[in-house]
Design a protein around this ligand. Structure first.
Ligand code: ARG
Length: 463
């Protein structure tokens, strides 16, 4: 990027003194908004095509502009374009290059348009495309979790509340819980895309334009669902970006929670899963270490995205209508959210596809935590004991188990009957982990049979 090449600024007619050099660098956005170049050119081509349709540009002028913009697009893509800070932003760099390339006709491109509606359009086009990429990454992760749930539909693990052993669940059921989180995330993004896909172009600086523009035609050329209704709103609204950031922050928050589990589960103490060497790193001092860096880093990166959401809300909170230069500050948070989110979703889908599950350790852990205590209480309720009394009886049995280091299924029938005469030998069927999970056999329950059915439904929902 050339900082020193002084370029004629498109707006300097009313100025008598040059911009302070530091101010020029301070106010420039081209170092980061050049990322929008394809969308800026796409918008300009549609604008010029519309201007020709309504008779503001001739066919020849439109053709020169379109050809020129396509040449510039290629130059940028191949790294031959010389971005200039004195031309401030992506818009003025491209427009100025166009005029250099095709001459005076290039100066007609900006007719009936302002950078205010131009940037609002660019960022919506860009975000729309990125939401599509993110939805694909999200779907890949969703499918990976469904496959894992399918494979592990009858793998038993302890289910936790307060991170204490609660009741046995199936690992497949647990994976599908995260799938539900990510499914809602996909819906939120798709919903936010609807409000992103509306076209600000035509609002010009703030009040609209005196040219006989055909906004519906431009919107059609650009694939927008509709045009923004109000010109003041069109140039100043960044709600769609905030909604996108909120949806992204929630995705990262879900991945962060999931990461916490993966970190715990892959520890030597739990040993429930193995994350695969490709997704872990070692320690420079402790030879035995295999650290779960990927989930840790995703958990850490959640802070950035959640922070960007607050940045954008704060950016907007005091802005009067209509466009204000403050809005230039929306780009870097949005770009960083997209990079972070796309990276996190990609690495997660790759990692989860290679997770191996230690069924034995999970089973053992489920067995050692009195996870079938509720099943025994339910058994007593079926034998006509009120639930509160049943709860108390089982509590006494658990105390004996704790004192003698045995699970409920390892107590003798005599011992169990000493707490309640209603207990019969069939009690052992429900005290097993298999019996416990299979008994929760209703929609949304953890029974392997239900997990299999939920997997089928999940596949249908994402396809
Ligand atoms: N770089 C500006 C932005 O990101 C483009 C619009 C500038 N408009 C203006 N009137 N200064 O918002």
């Amino acid at each position: 990027m050339s900082a020193n090449t002084k370029q004629e600024k498109p707006w300097n007619g009313r100025f008598t003194e040059p911009t302070d050099q530091f101010v020029e660098a301070f106010t420039a956005s081209v170092s980061f908004d050049q990322r929008l170049y394809q969308y800026d050119i796409q918008g300009s081509i549609a604008h010029a095509t519309m201007l020709q349709k309504v008779g503001v540009l001739t066919q020849d002028e439109q053709q020169q502009i379109v050809d020129g913009l396509k040449t510039i697009e290629k130059k940028i893509a191949t790294g031959e374009f010389n971005w200039s800070i004195s031309l401030e932003d992506v818009h003025m760099n491209i427009e100025s290059a166009l005029t250099q390339l095709i001459g005076v006709t290039g100066k007609k491109l900006h007719t009936g348009r302002s950078r205010n509606d131009q940037i609002a359009t660019d960022i919506r086009l860009y975000l729309r495309a990125e939401i599509n990429h993110i939805l694909l990454e999200l779907k890949r992760l969703q499918m990976t979790l469904i496959d894992l749930a399918d494979r592990e539909s009858d793998t038993i693990m302890p289910g936790f509340t307060h991170l204490q052993t609660a009741q046995p669940v199936t690992f497949g059921h647990h994976m599908l819980a995260w799938f539900e989180n990510l499914y809602r995330d996909g819906q939120r993004l798709a919903d936010c895309k609807k409000r992103t896909n509306q076209m600000p172009l035509g609002a010009a600086a703030l009040a609209g334009t005196t040219y006989p523009i055909d906004r519906a035609y431009t919107a059609e050329l650009l694939g927008f669902d509709s045009v923004c209704e109000n010109s003041l709103d069109a140039v100043s609204d960044r709600d769609f970006a905030i909604e996108f950031s909120a949806a992204s922050a929630l995705i990262m928050t879900h991945l962060s929670r999931f990461s916490e589990e993966l970190v715990i589960w892959s520890s030597a103490q739990f040993n429930f899963i193995d994350l695969g060497d490709a997704f872990c790193t070692g320690s420079s001092i402790m030879p035995q270490k295999k650290n779960p860096d990927v989930p840790e880093l995703v958990r850490g990166k959640t802070g950035r995205v959640n922070g960007h959401l607050i940045s954008l809300l704060t950016l907007m909170k005091s802005q009067p209508l209509a466009y204000n230069k403050d809005n230039q500050e929306d780009k870097e948070p949005i770009f960083d959210i997209i990079d972070t989110l796309r990276g996190s979703l990609k690495v997660y889908a790759d990692m989860m596809a290679q997770v191996t599950v230690n069924k034995k350790a999970m089973y053992q852990a489920a067995k050692s935590g009195f996870s079938t205590a509720t099943d025994l209480a339910d058994y007593l309720v079926r034998a006509d004991i009120p639930f509160r009394d049943a709860h108390d009886i089982v509590g006494q049995a658990v105390r004996l188990g704790v004192e003698t280091c045995r699970d409920l299924s390892e107590l003798t029938l005599d011992e169990l009957q000493s707490f309640s005469s209603k207990i019969q030998s069939d009690v052992f069927d429900i005290l097993t982990l298999e019996g416990s999970v299979s008994a929760r056999n209703h929609i949304g329950g953890t029974a392997p049979e239900q997990v299999k059915q939920a997997v089928v439904r999940a596949r249908e929902r994402v396809s």
